[in-house]
Design a protein around this ligand. Structure first.
Ligand SMILES: Cc1ncc(C[n+]2csc(CCOP(=O)(O)OP(=O)(O)O)c2C)c(N)n1
Ligand SMILES: [Mg+2]
Length: 797
């Protein structure tokens, strides 16, 4: 009988082989008609083969969750294939249509990826926040029937260059991070380069500063044994002093080069020379390549020794391309083995031509023993690992008292305050988070009611000292607001982790984040990442646009509505009035819980994939505006969530229609009112979501092209009421392209007003005039494209 160590070594070889072969197959053996390289990272995968084998086949438990370094995806797919959770078809189609993904993907892969990766650094931070979310869930008394899992990142050493890693480390320290492992594949190579000397010492200090344990796996067991031989101390000293570049170069050059170099530098005609001479070239190379990260006994021992819940960083010395001909070469990142090299590698693995995909081909252990071992692997014990969670009912109308003159941001705070007072089940599941803008985004009243979250309760000192304050900042394990430092990347990764709690912890959360609208750009890649892995959350960007006026030019946002439209997986809204916001928020809280299949047919009502669900972006404003007094009918509510409705329906003789979005509503209303004195039937279209109007229109066109001739989008039905000769003036406090496309829906002449430049401070009137989105600008635009009688009002203004 083979023992577990033998079997793990066999599996390591198999993982290395399958990963290399998968990439080779995709690049050399598949029809690649495009003339583009397919790519794949044989060297980066090889670097992690032993570490991943030790983890997945021995150390991990079903409750553990892993973010795999993006360019080690082939290892992951190979491991799941060996465990029976990945098909050969998918491997053969690696990087192809519907094949195993280039980088592990929660949404596109079928082999149970825990966390997507791809943009380096983000998956790493996701594990940290997922661990905090696990603590949050358990502190609220949920999910206690499941064992606590470890959140584990397998990361490249160059991922440590990403700033978001440091932001996350600091936040983790503040929040008392536990149950998190970051395993650094310390191959001392990035894409372009060999990294600086001594970086591990910086890492070690850094992690220790943030309260982590650091475990360094530098020497493998062969090396440790050699160090105990006579002359071994010299060898160890030489290894410790060897620059990264030279070590890599010698790894690439192989046994004879090692012998020459070592003899030159530590040869003593005594014990060190003898130590070298006792080994063949192959044995010498094996010894020098035997770094901790490739040594199965060291890896198992190190991982199994970490039985505590302290966050732990493992710095594993590795060789990029370990076991492959490109090992150690500085150009190996995108390097691919040639067919001849692959052939030699196959033969060396004992794999017969035509048996490349066979799971047990060429292994020392008999197949039935390996199969029996794989059956016992703890990681795969519970089968599929993605959990399900119940949904929470959301009332169609969220109660709120609307002030006659107020802003959407104030309304947002008021609605949350009302939710905070309610004992509805869904209210318990809401968790808010904000990067140091809790008060200034109007979450204060909600936090007063629902408290700040911390694993340990902590009283509000100001309150204890009887110093009056509007806000009582009490920390409690039942608190429902996570106060983050000012790092927008962290906000989005936190939302990403909170928004996957249903799948990871089996407990659904309803996350709502707030930040200043311009700083969405600061966390944009993390937002994209969160959407890519289908995390469910609501994010409110407020204040926004140039409407924040005195707050200053540097805080003005222009492109965000276009981001909202273009970002897949994110439904974007920009209401003008608080009753609209209440309807949108109620819809959103249900929408983020929807779990239809991504290929579900869109609803015939609006051709949007509303049953699939997604995340939501609300662009809000601090501008107090007069609210429209009206009953919220079902029809109005539907129009609001579908993206638009007629505030004033155009008549048959309309020459002009104004379409507006957001806080600029008073200017649009005033312009229409003034124009109506001279023109008949002027219409006013309220657009609450350019994103959903646009997406519905695109989808309906596609449906028609596919033969569903009756498909009609909401915006098409709205514009049915606009006579063909009528002109459209669109206006929003954002880039004009946000609404400019409306003219293409039914072929209306259109002038799109908006903000293309920014940076000026001033009063609203000054700024709206300066950027050309005030009432006069709307009227002038209408006059220019739909000349009517001379406009007295325009001249008077
Ligand atoms: C945000 C981001 N920037 C750039 C890249 C391109 N890229 C992919 S891997 C890589 C280098 C990775 O080096 P390292 O993390 O050390 O991994 P190794 O390949 O050495 O294992 C780069 C720059 C990326 N994937 N994501
Ligand atoms: Mg590296």
């Amino acid at each position: 009988m083979a023992d577990d160590l033998d079997i793990l070594r066999d599996l390591e070889r198999k993982v290395l082989w399958l990963a290399s072969w998968m990439i080779h197959h995709a690049n050399h053996l598949r029809d690649n008609a495009d003339g583009l390289k397919v790519g794949g990272h044989q060297a980066s995968s090889a670097s992690l083969a032993a570490i991943m084998t030790a983890l997945y086949f021995d150390v991990l438990r079903p409750q553990d969750r892993v973010a795999v370094k993006p360019h080690a995806a082939p290892n992951f797919h190979a491991i799941q294939y060996l465990l029976g959770h990945q098909t050969r078809d998918k491997l053969e189609a690696f990087r192809g249509y519907h094949g195993a993904q280039s980088y592990p993907s929660r949404t596109k892969d079928t082999d149970d990826v825990d966390f997507s990766t791809g943009s380096v650094g983000l998956g790493v931070a996701q594990t940290l926040f997922s661990s905090l979310v696990q603590d949050y869930v358990r502190a609220h008394g949920w999910g206690r029937n499941r064992p606590e899992g470890r959140m584990i990142a397998l990361m490249g050493d160059a991922e440590m260059d990403e700033g978001n890693i440091f932001e996350a480390l600091l936040e983790g320290w503040k929040q008392g991070l536990r149950n998190c492992w970051w395993i650094i594949d310390y191959n001392r190579q990035s894409l372009d380069a060999v990294i600086r000397e001594g970086l591990w010492e910086r890492y070690e200090q850094l992690f220790k500063n943030f309260g982590w344990d650091v475990v360094i796996l530098k020497y493998g067991s062969l090396q440790q044994a050699a160090f105990r031989e006579p002359g071994g101390d010299k060898l160890k000293r030489w290894i410790d002093n060897c620059p990264n570049q030279l070590y890599s170069a010698l790894v690439f050059a192989g046994g004879a080069a090692w012998r020459k170099r070592l003899n030159d530098e530590i040869g003593d005609q005594g014990p060190a020379t003898a130590l070298i001479a006792r080994r063949s070239d192959a044995a010498l190379a094996a010894l020098m390549n035997n770094l901790g990260g490739h040594d199965m006994p060291s890896l198992r021992a190190a991982f199994k020794a970490a039985t505590h819940d302290r966050p732990t960083c493992f710095i594993c010395y590795t060789v990029k391309g370990y076991g492959l001909p490109m090992a150690g070469h500085k150009d190996n990142h995108a390097g691919l083995m040639t067919p001849a090299q692959m052939d030699a590698f196959r033969a060396a693995q004992g794999i017969r031509p035509g048996h490349e995909w066979d799971k047990f081909e060429g292994l020392a252990t008999p197949p039935d023993e390996i199969a029996a071992f794989l059956e016992r692997v703890p990681f795969a014990r519970d089968g599929a690992r993605r959990l399900k969670a119940a949904r929470f009912d959301i009332p169609a109308a969220l109660p709120v008292t609307i002030q006659p003159v107020t802003s959407t941001q104030a309304g947002f705070g008021a609605i949350l305050n009302e939710i905070g007072r309610s004992d509805a089940a869904f209210a318990e599941r809401i968790v808010t988070a904000s990067p140091d803008v809790t008060v200034s985004t109007n979450l204060g009243p909600w936090v007063n009611r629902r408290k700040l979250f911390a694993r340990q309760a902590q009283a509000d000192t100001f309150k204890n000292e009887r110093i009056p304050s509007t806000f009582t900042w009490e920390f409690s394990p039942r608190g429902q607001h996570i106060e983050l430092g000012i790092a927008e990347m962290n906000l989005f990764i936190a939302l990403s982790a909170l928004g996957l709690s249903h799948a990871i912890n089996g407990e659904r959360l309803l996350p709502i984040g707030t930040l200043y609208d311009p700083f969405i750009a600061r966390g944009l890649d993390a937002l994209n990442y969160a959407c890519y892995q289908d995390a469910r959350f609501i994010v409110a960007g407020t204040p926004s646009g140039i409407t924040l006026a005195g707050e200053g030019g540097a805080h003005q946002s222009i492109a965000q509505p276009l981001i909202g439209m273009a970002q897949d997986g994110l439904a974007a809204f920009e209401p003008a009035f608080v009753d609209e916001l209440a309807a949108i928020l109620a819809w959103s809280l249900a929408y983020i819980q929807k779990e239809g299949d991504g290929d579900d047919a869109p609803s015939e009502h609006n051709w949007l994939r509303d049953e699939t669900g997604g995340a939501v972006y609300l662009r809000l404003s601090t501008r107090p505006i007069e609210q429209v007094q009206r009953p919220m009918t079902d029809e109005l509510r539907q129009g609001i969530v579908d993206g638009g409705y007629w505030l004033r329906r155009p008549g048959p003789n309309a020459q002009v229609v104004v379409a507006y979005t957001g806080a600029i509503a008073p200017e649009a209303i005033a312009a229409v009112g003034l124009m109506a004195e001279d023109r008949r039937d002027v219409g006013l279209l309220a657009v609450t979501s350019a994103d959903r109007l646009n997406a519905g229109w695109t989808a309906a066109q596609r449906m028609r092209e596919r033969g569903l001739v009756h498909a009609r989008a909401h915006v098409e039905r709205l514009l049915d009421d606009v006579p063909p000769h009528c002109a459209l003036v669109t206006v929003c406090d954002a880039h004009p392209a946000t609404l400019g496309w409306l003219g293409a829906v039914a072929g209306h002449r259109t002038r799109a007003l908006g903000v293309e430049h920014f940076g000026q401070t001033g009063s609203l009137a000054e700024l709206y005039r300066h950027y050309g989105i005030d009432t006069a600008a709307i009227i002038a635009a209408a006059q220019a494209i739909a000349p009517g009688r001379p406009m007295r009002h325009l001249r008077a203004m």
